[in-house]
Unconditional design. Structure first.
Ligand code: SF4
Length: 329
């Protein structure tokens, strides 16, 4: 491969297309996400799809779709920005609607909370986390309208392409819901980011890499990759404690993560390469708490293999949205 063929982030010395690098290139300076709670709930919790939620999700605090008072989003942003500025040299922020399902409300209410965030003078864009079965076309139209005037990343929970794993986690939808959402969102003005989990019980290395190939095939703009971890007060925490579920060791995770990155497109922004929770809340694995050490091991493995994101990427023909033709379960 000649220098001309290298992705720009490789020339900059990176081995994957990291979010910080992308944001710096786009905005010319450091940009941080500020997490916001807009008071949404989730159809997987309130009984619309299921109750209890996903087995790894502590959703006891989700509110029953209450309307946050005007000014509440602004106050959360001010507080979040104050904390981040204490730690980093940063003046620009993305308002990140993170907990619960942040498109699960009527369009007029969604518009109100998104607009309130965008009114903040230091907010340069939005990130919105949601489920693939919660983006009806009127919501996509709103997101498109917003994406035409600001940077917008819509984070869809893919987790895995394997329906048996989605059933295990009580996800309340199958992979066809993700395909449907991507098909309806494709070509709109915002970036689509898939959340993926590695280390789900019953998934082999090859199963996880099939999810990587699907992210690549679908041509998604970004991906967030998490190791499976357990937090208190969840079914998963009980299963880990009883030995019913085994959580991957760090070296296993690093191996599959690097394999996963190799299969992605070089153009896919990698927003996360691990997941973790606050120590007082985390049940397992403890290794994910030391992010700098984990990052060092991942970097060392990529260096040892002399590999990088996209090294095994196979360009795909036009996306095929028929799950049957993919041989999916
Ligand atoms: S879809 Fe998201 S918010 Fe809803 S229960 Fe699952 S993880 Fe929690």
């Amino acid at each position: 491969m000649s220098a001309n063929d290298l992705p720009h982030w490789r020339i900059a010395g990176l081995r994957y297309y990291a979010l910080n690098y992308f944001l710096r290139g786009k905005f010319g300076q450091r940009v941080q996400k500020v997490s916001l709670n807009a008071g949404f709930t989730c159809p997987n919790v309130d009984g619309t799809v299921a109750v209890g939620g996903c087995v790894f999700c502590d959703n006891r605090s989700f509110s029953p779709s209450r309307r946050v008072p005007r000014g509440a989003i602004r106050a959360q942003l001010d507080e979040g920005i104050r904390r981040l500025k204490w730690r980093y040299e940063v003046d620009h922020f993305l308002a990140y609607f993170q907990p619960a399902t942040n498109t699960y409300a009527p369009v007029d209410r969604l518009r109100q909370v998104y607009e309130e965030a965008l009114e903040h003078p230091q907010v340069v864009g939005l990130a919105i986390g949601t489920r693939p079965d919660c983006v009806p076309n009127d919501v996509l139209d709103l997101l498109e309208e917003i994406g035409e005037r600001t940077y917008l990343s819509v984070e869809l929970g893919l987790q895995t392409i394997h329906d048996r794993s989605l059933d295990w986690m009580n996800r309340g939808h199958h992979h066809d819901a993700f395909l449907d959402a991507v098909e309806r969102a494709r070509g709109r003005s915002f970036e689509l980011c898939a959340h993926v989990m590695l280390g789900l019980p019953g998934e082999s290395q090859e199963d996880m890499l099939a999810t990587a190939r699907e992210v690549a095939r679908l041509g998604l703009g970004a991906v967030k990759i998490h190791n499976l971890y357990a937090v208190r007060n969840t079914p998963l925490a009980d299963w880990v404690a009883s030995g019913e579920v085994r959580i991957m060791e760090r070296d296993e995770y690093v191996t599959v993560l690097v394999d996963f990155l190799e299969l992605l497109s070089p153009d896919c922004i990698v927003e996360r390469i691990s997941g973790e929770a606050p120590p007082e809340y985390l049940v397992a694995p403890s290794w994910c708490l030391d992010k700098p050490a984990l990052k060092r091991v991942i970097d060392a493995e990529m260096l040892r293999r002399d590999t990088w994101q996209g090294r095994k990427f196979q360009p795909h023909p036009l996306p095929d949205s028929n799950p049957a033709s993919l041989g999916l379960s």
